[in-house]
Design a protein around this ligand. Structure first.
Ligand SMILES: [Zn+2]
Length: 349
């Protein structure tokens, strides 16, 4: 966004609010002026202002050439507003369809400083479309990883769980989280910091529960719940296809590996889980509980050193471990996706 230079004297805003139409301009000319608190005149179209908000519509009604006590400039009524030129520029751009989306992006840290004032102005003038549009821009901003806690706070104050989730994920990379540069009032910041761990715990608990269900499905208690079994053991939500993510149906395990107890898969084949793999699932679930966003499906393939020894000691496990762990991590990633979506829709406060 171009910088708006402010001086004590009244000056005109930059395009498209300068009041000077381009040679190629073919539409109606500007017919009203909004004067910012720092004395910058924004030449606007009454119809677009009235279209954009009820509050502006009332202003337009008052600022007629017949209106009393109005200042005029270039035969346009001048209406002072309390917003700065920077905020007014940002706000008005959204009323001008041709210039809105390509002139407002959050790519420089300084762009973030106007967001709170923009939300406040949009609220004051009753422009929910501006709030929605700004929320879209926030959600797609490349700045989220750099100032994640601040984005989390915007998600919180605007009641947008999608932004909260996305920002919360990146706070995991910054422990302790980055302190936002401009948070006002400080009590809101304190509230935000207090809620963040709760938010993580909620999501992590949900995902860890699913992971533990996968572990549970390997023991006898699941056999009595056939409806439960296929849903959690064999359905890949990403591909929409069924598969067994850990195939023990092959023979050839070493003594003590996977021979503790047997269960049946969907085809009725007896399968034997390896104890080291059950431990692995428990460990993955614990990681999710502690740092839910910190463990991806790919990382779930990294077994503990003790498990590696167990794998190498068993010919059957040694032969298939890598491929089966890859399947496990892929299935796990599908679980995480699904549960993140579920968690997004949950009321967690
Ligand atoms: Zn084995």
């Amino acid at each position: 966004m171009p910088e708006i230079v402010t001086t004590p004297t009244i000056q005109d805003a930059q395009r498209p609010f300068s009041g000077k139409e381009l040679a190629s301009h073919w539409g109606p000319r500007t017919d009203m002026i909004l004067r910012s608190s720092d004395l910058v005149d924004f030449h606007c179209h009454r119809t677009l202002l009235a279209f954009g908000s009820e509050a502006f519509r009332d202003m337009v009604d008052v600022a007629t050439p017949q209106g009393e006590g109005c200042e005029f400039k270039d035969r346009k009524a001048v209406v002072p507003v309390s917003e700065s030129a920077r905020i007014l520029h940002s706000l008005l751009l959204r009323l001008y369809p041709a210039t809105s989306t390509d002139t407002f992006q959050l790519v420089h840290p300084a762009d973030l400083d106007e967001i709170d004032a923009l939300f406040a102005a949009a609220d004051k003038y009753n422009m929910p479309q501006v709030q929605e549009f700004t929320m879209d821009v926030l959600l797609n901003s490349p700045l989220i990883p750099m100032d994640s806690l601040r984005f989390f706070l915007w998600g919180l104050t605007q009641d947008n769980s999608a932004l909260m989730g996305k920002a919360a994920y990146y706070t995991l990379d910054n422990v302790p989280p980055q302190i936002p540069a401009l948070i006002d009032p400080p009590s809101v910041y304190a509230e935000c910091l207090a809620l963040l761990p709760e938010f993580h715990a909620h999501r992590g608990g949900h995902i860890a529960y699913s992971v533990e269900l996968m572990g549970q499905s390997l023991n006898d208690s699941m056999l009595g719940q056939p409806d439960f079994y296929p849903e959690y053991l064999t359905h890949d939500n990403r591909t929409g296809q069924d598969f067994v993510w850990w195939d023990w149906s092959n023979d050839g395990h070493a003594d003590g590996c996977g021979t503790t107890w047997g269960i049946q898969d969907q085809s009725g084949t007896e399968v034997w889980p390896a104890p080291w793999f059950q431990k692995h699932i428990s460990r993955v679930a614990q990681c999710f509980r502690a740092i839910p966003g910190g463990l991806t499906g790919r990382e779930a393939r990294n077994v503990a050193p003790a498990d590696k020894a167990a794998i190498e000691a068993c010919p059957a496990c040694a032969r298939r471990a890598e491929e089966d762990l890859a399947q496990f991590s892929f299935q796990l990633a599908a679980f995480v996706d699904e549960n993140n979506m579920k968690a997004t829709n949950l009321c967690w406060v």
